[in-house]
Structures are given as structure tokens and as C-alpha cells.
Design a protein. Structure first.
Length: 337
């Protein structure tokens, strides 16, 4: 980090600033030119409060030259992180296919979809029990009962389950959920992230609707700073001016995140596009760009789905998509789970 001082700073104030930096555990390199004075900070600057430095009246500007995230940073952890779910893994060449309905609706629905997606090669079952809906009048999910039904489906199929948590109050209900999703709308719910940091559970963190990759990685950092390193990042499309698709899938996010971080990156082409026939081509693109998995919405009867039916694949469409996914995986030398 570089701190550029205003012209002719008072010596006493400079000394106070240097002392403050030392108290923060940082060494410095002080360089006084004829017009500009620059202080180079040496050490771990990830915990430095840039705003506090900026507020100092002798400081002109503060520039970060290294990333503000540390635990998630590949520089400090060059090998790919592999998240281990027991008999399934994600990351480091292990590919995860998460499939299932947007929301858990009935025992018959979730069991039927679970069996079908397993048959086609999925290695995780997804299903929302607590749903973040734009309208308060829309189906909000079966809540605790939905989680129970997912657990039933896990018993039937052996597939580990993924479900979204929306509130800290529900943490206990998720004790037996294998992979806890933090949805796009909660990517910056920092209190939730902090608590999940103490949970030790694998967390599927989705990118916010309008968040930068640095903000995304800082949210992962919140979870990891609490001691939970089991984080999988999910690119699910962002808001742009384009209206043909529900969101715009940011394909470049995949190699960029993998370059910046050691965490696995998966892609959700269902929410990214909102259009079933785009799920297959964008799954191919995701694999080619280096993704460690995909998450796809599948419903046994999309026309009657209580949430996101318009973007859900039928089990038959998912089966076709999986044939292509498997071919692309082979080409990229990924292995299932
Ligand atoms: C979901 O996975 O069902 C969901 C609500 O996703 P997102 O948070 O990406 O909108
Ligand atoms: Mn959905």
C-alpha cells in the first residue's frame, strides 16, 4: 500500500502517522521528493483501514498495490482448494454437478427430481426451502419442512444436499444440510457470513446481482476469516443493460476468480439466463473457461413449478445436457465428484 502525502506536511504530523503505522505492525519506506512525499507500507496491509488513513489531514491519497483479501488469495495458497463432502469433492479437477428444483414443493416432487438427476449423473441435490422472492405474496418456500424433505431425498438417493440460508435465526435448522448456499441477495449480509465462518460447513457463496469480483472475494474472506475455509464461489450472472436474458453470465469471472483465488468456482447457468435452452451452451462455456462445477435447476413439471419454472429443465432435458457436460468434462480432464 502506498500513502501519498499532501505538499509540505508538518513534521510532527508525519511522525504521528509513522508511529500509527508501526502500531499497526507495519514497517514503512519513506521517500521525500521535491514535490511529493510517499510512504510505502511493508507488511500485511489486509487489515489496514484505508478510510481512516485517507481521513488524516496530511494524506493526499492512499493506493492499494496488493489485494485486500488474504485467506482467499491464491498468492498465499497457490494450490487449488478441494472441498471434501465425504464421497464427493469439488475443486482441483473434481467437478460438481448440483441439480434440483428451485424450491422444494412436495415429497413426490423432490424425490422424483432427486432420482432423475442422480440417474443422469448429478452428484448433489439442490432445493430451496427458504426462498428469497421479490414479491412477499409469492411462494416463500416450505421452510423447515422443505429441509426435512430434502433430507428424505438424500436418504433415498445418497446425494448430498444444497439449500439456501437467508437468516441467522435458521442456522440450527441447517445443521444437517451438507452444503449451505448463501444466495446472491445475501452475498453482503456480513453478520450471516461471519456466523457461517464459525460453522465449519461447506458454503456455496453466490455472487451478488451487482457486485464486483473484489467484493465477491471479500465476502468469501468474511467466511474464511472466521476459520471456515470451505467456500465455493458461484457465478450466477450479473445485472447489465441486456434484457434478452434474466442476467448476463460473466464468463470472464471464472478464469479471473481462479487466477485471484484458490477457491473452487462453479457456474449457475439457470439463474444467469432464465432460459432453459441456454443452459447447455453456457454449461459448455463454463467448463471450457475452467469452472469446477455447474448448478442447474431441474423440475419434474416446470409449467407447474412454484418458483422459476420458466428456466427449469425437465429431467429429460437435463439428461441430454449431462451427456454434453460429460463430454466437455472429459476434454478438460475433470473427474466427477
Ligand atoms: C437460487 O439458487 O434458487 C437462487 C435464488 O439463486 P440466486 O441467489 O443466485 O438468485
Ligand atoms: Mn431459482
Amino acid at each position: 500500500m502506498i500513502v501519498i502525502l499532501k505538499q509540505h506536511p508538518e513534521t510532527e504530523k508525519v511522525n504521528q502517522l509513522l508511529h500509527q503505522l508501526e502500531e499497526w505492525g507495519l514497517s514503512h519506506h519513506y521517500s521525500q521528493g521535491t514535490l511529493t512525499t510517499i510512504i510505502g507500507l511493508i507488511g500485511d496491509t489486509s487489515k489496514v483501514d484505508v478510510d481512516m488513513l485517507q481521513a488524516n489531514d496530511i494524506v493526499e491519497t492512499v493506493k492499494r498495490v496488493s489485494e485486500p483479501y488474504k485467506a482467499a488469495n491464491r498468492k498465499f495458497h497457490p494450490e487449488d482448494t478441494v472441498i471434501d463432502f465425504g464421497n464427493v469433492k469439488i475443486g482441483g479437477g473434481h467437478f460438481g454437478v448440483i441439480a434440483g428444483p428451485c424450491s422444494v414443493e412436495t415429497p413426490e416432487q423432490v424425490i422424483a427430481v432427486a432420482k432423475a438427476v442422480k440417474q443422469s449423473g448429478a452428484n448433489f441435490l439442490r432445493g430451496g426451502a427458504f426462498k428469497p422472492r421479490t414479491s412477499p405474496y409469492a411462494f416463500q418456500g416450505l421452510r423447515a419442512e422443505g429441509l426435512e424433505l430434502l433430507m428424505e431425498a438424500r436418504k433415498e438417493t445418497g446425494l448430498p444436499i444444497v439449500s439456501e440460508i437467508m437468516s441467522l435465526e435458521h442456522l440450527d435448522l441447517f445443521a444437517d444440510v451438507d452444503f449451505i448456499q448463501v444466495g446472491a441477495r445475501n452475498m453482503q449480509n456480513f453478520e450471516l457470513l461471519k456466523q457461517l465462518g464459525h460453522s465449519g460447513k461447506p458454503i456455496l457463496l453466490k455472487r451478488g446481482l451487482a457486485n464486483t469480483l473484489e467484493e465477491f472475494l471479500m465476502s468469501a474472506e468474511y467466511i474464511m476469516a472466521g476459520g471456515n475455509e470451505n467456500v465455493v464461489l458461484c457465478e450466477r450472472g450479473i445485472r447489465t443493460f441486456e434484457t434478452m436474458t434474466r442476467n448476463t453470465l460473466d464468463i470472464s469471472a471464472i478464469p479471473m476468480l481462479k487466477h485471484l483465488s484458490h477457491l473452487p468456482v462453479i457456474v449457475d447457468p439457470s439463474h444467469a439466463t432464465g432460459i432453459p435452452w441456454l443452459v447447455e451452451p453456457l454449461s459448455k462455456a463454463a467448463i471450457a473457461a475452467g469452472a469446477d462445477g455447474v448448478m442447474i435447476e431441474v423440475h419434474n413439471d416446470p409449467k407447474k413449478a412454484l418458483c422459476d419454472g420458466a428456466q427449469s429443465l425437465t429431467p429429460a432435458q437435463f439428461d441430454d445436457t449431462m451427456k454434453t457436460v460429460k463430454r466437455y468434462m472429459q476434454f478438460e480432464e475433470k473427474i466427477f465428484g
